[in-house]
Unconditional design. Structure first.
Length: 379
């Protein structure tokens, strides 16, 4: 028959100990006063008399400010995740087999709902070549989706889910980001749904190549850990606004992730919604960088020491129609300096199709200006 615990104080080699026996009394535990105090601390028991006696290895009065700071940080992150997390979707993409039997999985990624009627922003490389798209919400609901439009130069895509009344997030102003600012990445890395990681903005205004070779401008570099499957997921600020779309990491580095800025995404989404594609200006020029002799730079008072040499022209294209010749060197467009093909791409992305473009050229020993009507680049 079990007996109630029996306890008492005895002398043990000159020290006070507490003896306590449970059950039938087969086991006897000797506990010193020091161990009993430690047990009280571990179990969270308050001191019976006099309050705290000294700073402990746990959380003491001197660390209260640090604790409060960490609590504020945690509250900021959890508040953002509670608000934006339901709008983040897992994207599974597939392609019908060559024999027409079944769907072959070809990849997965993340996306973020921008409207309650199902418009989802993601990366182009996530949904490229897919003819079957399935979205999974945080609550486990599965929705089919169809593509709305793609923008490979900025690695962005818009798809629409088959649903309504869905949770959604808002695009913020990426131009207001500051280096060191807290950012939160939400996505589905390696198939682990609704994963959250945090970091800070490391740099703004970075540039990186998209899969089609064009330069993506004003890319956000940050330290929030990313893994395969995070692509297309949102980068969010502490107010719960989407400030970027996570797109890439450097495989051999740690703590270096990149996101397409939300201001770029807003421009792309508006064009995809209105016309199903992003309309960009087109000149019909194939060019290469051309260093300029220093005397030429000084003589023509140029701000750059290189330009873009015209290698060839598209037959019947806008540049040919405007009088540009092979061998001409483009040094400015609409008054802004041009020293690389990337500069031309960037400036053309800001030009409306059908608008008038002024190109400053060097031809032999002359500097001249030609006017060209911008064509439309192929989608």
């Amino acid at each position: 028959m079990d007996r109630a615990p029996v306890s008492g104080i005895q002398r043990w080699e000159g020290r006070s100990v507490c003896l306590q026996t449970y059950g039938r009394g087969e086991g006897v535990v000797a506990m010193t006063d020091g161990k009993r105090a430690a047990l009280h601390l571990i179990q969270g028991e308050a001191e019976k008399e006099g309050g705290p006696q000294k700073e402990s290895g746990g959380i003491g009065p001197l660390r209260a400010a640090d604790v409060e700071f960490l609590d504020a940080y945690s509250r900021a992150v959890t508040t953002v995740v509670d608000a934006v997390g339901p709008a983040v979707v897992s994207i599974s993409v597939g392609r019908e087999g060559s024999s027409g039997e079944g769907v072959e999985p070809i990849g997965s990624g993340s996306g973020v709902l921008l409207t309650p009627d199902g418009y989802v922003l993601t990366n182009h490389h996530v949904v490229r070549d897919a003819n079957r798209i399935q979205l999974t919400l945080m609550d486990g609901a599965n929705l089919g989706a169809i593509p709305v439009g793609f923008d490979p130069p900025n690695d962005l895509a818009l798809v629409r889910a088959n649903g309504s009344g869905l949770p959604y997030a808002s695009l913020g102003d990426s131009s207001s980001l500051r280096v060191g600012q807290l950012v939160i990445a939400i996505g589905n890395p390696l198939g682990f749904q609704s994963t959250v990681s945090t970091g800070v903005v490391s740099a703004t205004g970075r540039a990186m190549r998209s899969l089609d070779g064009r330069l993506i401008e004003d890319v956000i570099q940050h330290t929030a850990p990313l893994n395969p499957g995070n692509s297309g997921g949102p980068l969010v600020d502490s107010r719960g606004r989407v400030v970027g779309v996570n797109t890439a990491t450097i495989a051999v580095a740690q703590g270096i992730g990149f996101a397409v800025p939300s201001n770029m995404a807003r421009h792309v989404v508006s064009q995809l919604l209105t016309s199903g594609k992003v309309r960009r200006g087109y000149l019909g020029i194939a060019g290469r960088p051309r260093p300029l002799p220093r005397r030429v730079v000084r003589f023509f008072n140029l701000s750059r020491e290189s330009g873009v040499e015209v290698v060839s022209l598209s037959s019947g294209g806008p540049a040919e129609a405007g009088g540009v010749l092979p061998g001409d060197v483009v040094v400015a467009m609409n008054g802004l300096p041009v020293q690389s093909v990337d500069d031309l791409h960037r400036l053309l992305s800001e030009v409306d199709v059908g608008s008038l473009i002024r190109l400053d050229l060097l031809r032999g020993t002359e500097r001249l200006t030609v006017e060209i009507v911008a064509g439309e680049a192929a989608a």
